[in-house]
Design a protein. Sequence first.
Length: 136
Amino acid sequence: MNQIFTPTSKAAEYKRIQVDGVHYYGKHLVLTARGCNENLLDVPKVTEFMQQLVDRIDMVAYGDPLVARFGHGIEEGISGVQLIETSAIVIHTNDQARDLYLDVFSCKGYSEVAVIEFINEVFGTQDVNFQVLLRN
């Protein structure tokens, strides 16, 4: 059974992201970068990327990122998560394809352009494809 929820003005206060006059709870960047350089293969470099991305988009880290190498063969790569006070940043990579998959979700606004520019700077990508979802 579906229920309809009508937020009170108090409940709507936490929706800080505003686009075209509409308030949203959060912004979710879903990104794929292809043809990355050798930094994609290095756990310390991916860890440093996660830490610096937090600063680049003006977020506050909650602890250190958890980053590790997983998988075998065609599925080998690095996965990592950085909790931020307003949600999380998650990364997955694929060594053989040199692809990177990144999710940035936050209830605080940020620039997806800054994220893309930083990915290009660190990983020298050949192609970036992304979507921005506004969560309400």
